[in-house]
Ligand binder design. Structure first.
Ligand SMILES: Cc1cc2nc3c(=O)[nH]c(=O)nc-3n(C[C@H](O)[C@H](O)[C@H](O)COP(=O)(O)OP(=O)(O)OC[C@H]3O[C@@H](n4cnc5c(N)ncnc54)[C@H](O)[C@@H]3O)c2cc1C
Length: 322
């Protein structure tokens, strides 16, 4: 079986959950092989083996940290040329999508973004599912030609443990001058929140204009903390400055696909749905029974969020023995 390359998402040697999802998807198309750009592969090896990586191609180069995405795309392009994989799977994060676009141009390959599922088509080539028009239409796509470059939406595929050897294969790599044109001059670690990452969280609690103000939005954080969830927000909230833009969910914000998405005081505009409609279970709290969010909600509570949420938080905490 041909190899399927998976670009590892990691931080300080800690392999991110989306990488396990990518490996699981890759196994449906061929033999999963991880690609590690930078130092620290030894630290992540066990986790890659746990999810079925047979090999780990490692370029232990500092170029990846010193420059934006261009060296990663070059490294992948070199591997595509030498290994002739059936497909390349990359996390559907802002960085991942940029790497994928550059790689597609370099490799002259077709690219499919924002996949929510991946399967082998009748001829064995990659068949990708994409949720379009706010999730109301599922499109199945495939690329012409031998190589498919696919970005997979985080949380869309459930990671399945599968034994792999994760044999480390060192690869010589030095970024070209062209890939060094833009360099990283400084890094500022994002303020570390105790809450899970928005795009990786199993539970997301999002607040909308119904919260009324930055102060009113605090009840969203309280519910999120009771559930151990990430906080999200509608654009109405981020545009008003009640919560940072980094937490906006939707067409022009983040795309999330958690086990549970709670939309609180959010009307359910198509642009918001585009970022959350593939959530496994949707709970809506809204005082307007006609709010469009109820059309896609699995559970709906019609009521004032300032009355509903305190009761919900109290009950959750009671069940937690708090
Ligand atoms: C090009 C473009 C891109 C966009 N991208 C995004 C995007 O990425 N993400 C996004 O979210 N939006 C996006 N929007 C904006 C989108 O169209 C909506 O305007 C926005 O989602 C509305 O946010 P909201 O639901 O919080 O506010 P509203 O639509 O004003 O809804 C507020 C809801 O709260 C309810 N409510 C009010 N008070 C209470 C209360 N006390 N208790 C319970 N319920 C209450 C109301 O009944 C109402 O349903 C985009 C728009 C455009 C044109």
């Amino acid at each position: 079986m041909a190899e399927v390359l998976v670009l590892v998402e990691q931080a300080g040697g800690e392999v991110k959950k989306v990488t396990a999802e990518l490996l699981t998807a890759a196994a449906r198309l061929g033999t999963p092989a991880a690609v590690w750009a930078g130092p620290g592969a030894e630290a992540g090896r066990a986790r890659l083996a746990e999810f079925g990586a047979q090999k780990v191609y490692v370029a232990d180069s500092t170029d990846f940290a010193g420059y934006p995405v261009a060296p990663k795309a070059e490294f992948l392009a070199a591997l595509v040329a030498s290994q002739s994989p059936a497909a390349v799977l990359i996390a559907g994060t802002p960085e991942g999508k940029e790497v994928a676009g550059r790689l597609a141009v370099k490799a002259g390959a077709g690219m499919l973004t924002d996949a929510v599922d991946v399967a082998a088509g009748p001829d064995g080539s990659a068949l990708v599912s994409q949720a379009n028009f706010g999730g109301s239409v599922t499109v199945h796509s495939t690329v012409k030609g031998a190589l498919a470059i696919i970005t997979l939406r985080p949380n869309a595929v459930t990671p399945q443990p599968a034994a792999g050897d994760a044999e480390l294969v060192a690869v010589e790599f030095a970024a070209s001058d062209a890939a060094r044109v833009a360099r990283v001059v400084s890094r500022e670690p994002a303020a570390k929140s105790a809450r899970p990452d928005l795009q990786e969280a199993q539970v997301v609690v999002s607040g909308g204009r119904g919260t009324g103000s930055a102060d009113g939005f605090k009840v969203i954080e309280e519910l999120a903390d009771a559930l151990g969830a990430a906080v999200g927000a509608s654009r109405a909230v981020t545009d008003a400055g009640w919560y940072p833009h980094a937490f906006q969910v939707g067409q022009t914000g983040k795309t999330v696909s958690p086990q549970l998405y709670a939309a609180i005081g959010i009307s359910g505009a198509i642009q918001h749905r585009a970022g959350m409609q593939t959530s496994k279970t949707i709970l809506a709290v809204n005082k307007d029974p006609e709010a469009p969010i109820f059309e896609i909600a699995d559970y709906g509570i019609i009521g004032d969020l300032f009355t509903v949420l305190p009761q919900l938080i109290k009950e959750i905490n009671k069940r937690k023995g708090l």
